[in-house]
Design a protein around this ligand. Structure first.
Ligand SMILES: [Zn+2]
Length: 54
């Protein structure tokens, strides 16, 4: 589970505490702490099966 200060790569991450989304656009970007001070996130979407439509 990605946490504040980690660099989990491109994607959208959702705060486990409040559900706020944070989008990282670069592999080198670091997850920031959420506005609610939550530090744990889960990845939104991400690894979709091949052939899945958006
Ligand atoms: Zn939050």
């Amino acid at each position: 589970m990605p946490k504040k200060g980690e660099k989990p790569g491109k994607g959208t991450y959702i705060c486990q505490e409040c559900g706020a989304e944070q989008t990282l656009r670069k592999e080198t970007e670091t997850l920031q702490g959420c506005v609610c001070e939550g530090t744990e996130f889960r990845e939104k979407g991400g690894r979709k099966p091949v052939g899945a439509k958006k």
